[in-house]
Design a protein around this ligand. Structure first.
Ligand code: NAD
Length: 321
């Protein structure tokens, strides 16, 4: 079996490779070729940790496996990242463990790739201003992946904790784009594409702040109770997601569903747009909203891509098992 250590991932995976892997597995999910298994997430009663598995099988890519890990709040004091994950890939023909792949950077790359896939397929082709809500760890990855898909001329951003906005300014500078910190009214009025990636449990962006034609990727809401946008916005928008079952239970759509503002059967899979079985955006004035909940198959897709690259380049470590 192979080992691809966490430290090797940065040299192996690009935004482009992550995009291709995630786009392909969203398409496979929508065709019924790939399925996510029920998620396990438990407070283990030690170190305040939340631990779990996300797993699935992609019959098209023959990707079988799981991402295992979670959140250890005390890690920062030990010089470690609070979020820890490892991906295990299994041979779909024999069940033997094929590889263990470091999953921390891959999680950020696959999450950013999901919103980039939504921007690629759903935002207006003439989008010029990227609006960022959130300035945490994931936000820089989100911005780097997004700018590859439209000719953005400017990034604007808002964060609850203004002292963190330097991350957005630094990332925009790295990408050669001007950055301006704005309030949420200005963000909604100017942005053609908005990415929200926060840990919020209350709506941040209000329905009235969003103008027609905007594409919004809601990436922070991945747990029951979290929320980033006002629920009525989902009634006004065309809503797309990675997986409808997660969207309505723990994604951004959970609130609009609970309040009776939308029905599950009005939410579409982004994979259907990729496959051409859903038209996606139908007019320049549509508001499109991608509810990116995060699924195990994304993790398997990028881990498998990283493994293949590592084997090709001779950097994967082979061990007897
Ligand atoms: P982080 O801790 O580095 O940053 C948190 C961000 O949320 C910061 O911008 C912070 O200012 C903001 N924030 C915190 N509390 C807030 C509140 N009450 N209201 C508004 N904003 C608030 O986290 P991160 O690693 O950047 O992750 C951001 C979010 O993305 C998390 O909620 C995480 O669970 C989620 N996430 C989703 C996926 C997915 O696949 N959808 C994948 C990874 C992470």
């Amino acid at each position: 079996m192979w080992i691809v250590p966490e430290a090797a991932i940065a040299d192996l995976m690009t935004e482009e490779a992550s995009f291709a892997a995630v786009e392909s597995v969203f398409a496979a999910m929508s065709r019924g070729d790939a399925v996510n298994f029920p998620v396990i997430r438990e407070a283990i009663g030690h170190a305040d940790a939340l631990y779990g598995f996300k797993s699935g099988f992609d019959r098209a890519g023959l990707n079988l496996g799981l991402k295992s890990g979670g959140y250890w709040p005390g890690n920062m004091d030990k010089g470690l990242t609070n979020h820890q994950s490892s991906v295990f890939l299994f041979d779909a023909d024999t069940g033997q463990c094929r590889a263990v792949v470091g999953g921390n950077l891959l999680t950020a790359l696959r999450t950013a790739a999901a919103s980039a896939v939504s921007i690629h397929h759903l935002s207006r082709a003439d989008a010029k201003v990227l609006g960022m809500i959130g300035a945490g760890h994931q936000s820089a990855f989100q911005m780097r992946a997004a700018v590859k898909h439209r000719d953005f001329e400017k990034v604007i951003g808002w964060n609850l904790h203004p002292e963190m906005l330097s991350r957005l300014a630094d990332t925009a500078a790295e990408l050669g784009l001007p950055f301006e910190a704005v309030d949420l009214d200005q963000l909604g009025a100017e942005a053609d594409v908005i990415i929200s990636i926060t840990s919020s449990f209350d709506p941040i962006l209000m329905d009235a702040q969003v103008r027609p034609g905007t594409h919004i990727a809601c990436m922070g809401t991945d747990t029951i109770g979290k929320q980033e946008v006002e629920a009525t916005l989902l009634r006004r928008a065309q809503v797309f997601t990675d997986e409808i079952a997660q969207s309505v239970t723990l994604g951004e759509a959970q609130h609009a569903i609970k309040d009776g503002l939308i029905r599950a059967d009005t939410i579409s899979e982004l994979g259907a747009v990729i496959n051409g079985t859903h038209p996606g955006r139908t007019s320049a004035d549509d508001i499109t909203l991608f509810d990116g909940t995060g699924v195990g198959l994304q993790d398997l897709a990028v881990a498998s891509a990283a493994l293949e690259l590592a084997i090709q380049r001779g950097t994967a470590i082979e061990v007897d098992f």
